[in-house]
Design a protein around this ligand. Structure first.
Ligand code: PLP
Length: 395
């Protein structure tokens, strides 16, 4: 007998992967330049040059044990110290090497953190729209995902709705800002209001409620927007960070978990993270890339390339009559489908070789996500198709 839940997950890909695979096969049929693939969040901007320089230097000058051997289960000490120093310099968060657990990207950071926090039947709240895999990760940790409905049009958090969704079973909430798929950055005002609700509910139920900050897009913000550092607003915070998007390294699988030193029983939480990492087999994140991260602290990708894409797409689509959420960060445009059923809209867009992602699995119906982390020319080439699609709906 198999584990039927795992079979079901493997047998049915996520909607994003499903469309991405279709794009690849369609590109084989009609040519890649004819398919307007906006399905997946694969960074299109080059990693900073410091990354390849660090790899070459490390490979030429460091021992193979350092680069290819096992590290401590929670990650190399020097790497964790360097990351803690960076966090403290940037945010004054007071973390240290024993607050940091190196992981294989944000997906691992989240699965480990949820495993560390949840017991069977516990609830975890996520704000819609949310990254589709949250449901899989929460359920795999034995929990139940509870969805908090956002404010209409702005897609900021509806704090009253959040309050109504927290129960004595709530053990954690996940906040993802800049958000996938809306591109929204939660304002400081929103965060303060969320933290106030959490403090109140913790007191009411006499249990800690952990705030999981899912932060793969922290660095990808436009127009000098600031992303508040949640640990500085709420003590029971666990940051799930990843270099996948920040440094355009999604295939290298590298990130970390940072447990706030001010969390209730902080060291116990950290040890539960270590235990969850162990039980899931997520120990010793890739050694070479741990060292690369240590060498390249502070390196950045050119966010202006994404900003230019955003501006071209947002300006053109709103001119054609699409209703779009103005994204302040990440590399997604959240667009209202031109009919109620986002899947039907997706099918019509597909006829024009435009591949976007219907967002029902992200917890919001009637919207699609356009991942604009693509070459600018693809966006420019796709605009006539977007225009003619809008015109068809007007007829
Ligand atoms: N969280 C969010 C919101 C994401 O969008 C993604 C990936 O797209 C992840 C987590 C997983 O990131 P990683 O590739 O670092 O595992």
């Amino acid at each position: 007998m198999l584990n039927e839940k795992m079979y079901a997950l493997g047998n049915k890909r996520s909607i994003i992967r499903e469309i991405f695979e279709y794009c690849k096969s369609r590109a084989g049929e009609i040519g890649p330049d004819k398919v307007f693939d906006f399905s997946i969040g694969n960074p299109s901007v080059e990693p900073p040059k410091e990354i390849s320089e660090a790899i070459i230097d490390l490979v030429n000058n460091e021992s193979s044990v350092l680069l290819h051997g096992y590290t401590s289960a929670q990650g190399d000490l020097g790497v964790r110290q360097a990351i803690a120093k960076e966090i403290n310099e940037k945010f004054g968060a007071g973390v240290n090497e024993n607050s940091i657990y190196m992981t294989c990207g944000a997906a691992a950071s989240l699965t480990i953190s949820l495993r560390a926090l949840l017991n069977e039947g516990d609830e975890c709240v996520a704000f819609a729209p949310f990254f589709t895999e949250y449901r899989v990760f929460v359920e795999n940790a034995g929990g139940k995902l509870v969805v908090s409905t956002p404010m209409e049009k702005t897609f900021q958090v509806d704090v009253r709705d959040l309050e109504s969704k927290i129960s004595e079973k709530t053990r954690a909430i996940i906040m993802n800002s800049p958000n996938n798929p809306s591109g929204v950055v939660y304002s400081e005002e929103t965060i303060k209001a969320v933290c106030k609700v959490l403090e109140k509910k913790q007191r009411e139920y006499g249990n800690p409620i952990y705030l999981i900050a899912d932060e793969p897009y922290r660095e990808l913000v436009f127009d000098d927007i600031k992303v508040p550092y949640l640990m500085n607003y709420y003590d029971n915070t666990i940051v799930c960070y990843s270099y996948s998007k920040a440094l355009s390294l999604p295939g290298e699988r590298i990130g970390y978990i940072a447990v706030s030193p001010r969390a209730q029983d902080s060291q116990k939480v950290y040890l539960a993270v270590c235990g969850a990492g162990r039980s899931l087999g997520y120990v010793c994140a890739p050694s070479l890339f741990q060292q690369v991260i240590k060498r390249t602290i502070g390196a950045k990708v050119d966010v202006n390339i994404y900003k230019e894409n955003r501006d071209i797409l947002y300006n053109a689509l709103t001119e054609y009559g699409y209703e779009c959420v103005q994204p302040d960060g990440a590399f997604y445009l959240f667009v209202r489908a031109l009919e109620d059923d986002a899947y039907k809209f997706f099918e019509k867009a597909k006829q024009k070789e435009i591949l976007v992602v219907p967002c029902d699995d992200f917890g919001v119906s009637g919207y699609v996500r356009i991942a604009y982390c693509v070459d600018k020319q693809r966006i420019v080439n796709a605009l006539p198709a977007f225009k003619s699609l809008a015109e068809e709906y007007k007829k």
